[in-house]
Design a protein. Structure first.
Length: 265
């Protein structure tokens, strides 16, 4: 759905950077998603929240090309797309930070950040370029993890999370998906992740983030899509997203249809 803005007598329509329409997914006899709709704009931090089993991670994996939807449509900048696999989604502009981080503990920071796009000189690994690029990205994000030659296995949980996000940033793709980026992080490390997401927004990236941490969500969100039992039940703006309302939508104690009616009154 396009967003319409009225400026004087002129009408400008903003096409979402990423859009899902009536997406469905089943695994055998188990229905994971029955109706998911989502619009994320350029330069927006868009959170997806919901209880366990609501379908959040399945939605993200469809966007990442890891699963194929059984029905519905994905669009990028208004153009319907299909992802054959994760590499195809990446080729079409989507970077992902998974909850398990997908880092190789025996490799160093620079190598982990370059996986999938390792700089080469001829047929040989360009180690200096790899370290230089890693240091530049970390510096741009105001991140300190010691030397980029440090093995991932020697870093703290928060430092590993930052490296995983920095790897996605290094790809310089327009859309970044994050699955629970602050899980098991302390207050200071969570705040640092928030600063990185704000910087991505300033750079015009579209950030779609799954999170159970509602305090984190309310501090950063431009929009919040609430999922329940495989459906997207409501999308709220930052002004609308009160704690009691979001919790009510997650648990089902508040009917999303009432919110929709109120917004049109």
């Amino acid at each position: 759905m396009a967003v319409t803005e009225h400026t004087g007598t002129r009408v400008k329509t903003r096409v979402p950077a990423l859009s899902l329409r009536n997406v469905e997914k089943a695994f055998g006899q188990v229905t994971a998603l029955s109706c998911v709709n989502l619009d994320a704009q350029v330069g927006e931090i868009h959170f997806v929240v919901g209880d366990n089993g609501a379908g959040k991670s399945t939605t993200l994996k469809i966007l990442a090309g890891m699963h194929t939807a059984d029905a519905g449509e994905i669009s990028l900048n208004g153009t319907p797309v299909h992802f054959a696999d994760a590499s195809d989604a990446k080729a079409q502009g989507i970077a992902v930070v998974h909850q398990n981080l997908a880092l190789v503990e025996c490799l160093d920071v620079a190598t982990n950040m370059s996986l999938g796009a390792i700089p080469k000189r001829g047929f040989m690994l360009d180690r200096k370029a790899m370290e230089r690029e890693a240091e530049a990205v970390l510096s741009d994000l105001k991140v300190r993890v010691g030397s980029v030659r440090t093995q991932i296995g020697l870093l703290s949980g928060g430092e590993r999370q930052i490296v995983a996000i920095a790897r996605a940033v290094r790809m310089n793709l327009p859309i970044i998906l994050l699955d629970e980026p602050t899980a098991a992080l302390g207050v200071r490390e969570t705040a640092h992740v928030g600063e990185i997401l704000q910087e991505l927004r300033r750079k015009g990236k579209t950030v779609i983030c799954i999170s159970h941490d509602l305090d984190f969500v309310f501090k950063l969100a431009d929009k919040v899509t609430v999922m329940r039992l495989g459906k997207s039940v409501a999308t709220l703006t930052a002004d609308q997203a009160r704690h009691d309302l979001v919790v009510g939508l997650i648990t089902g104690s508040i009917d999303a249809a009432q919110i929709e009616k109120r917004s049109h009154d």
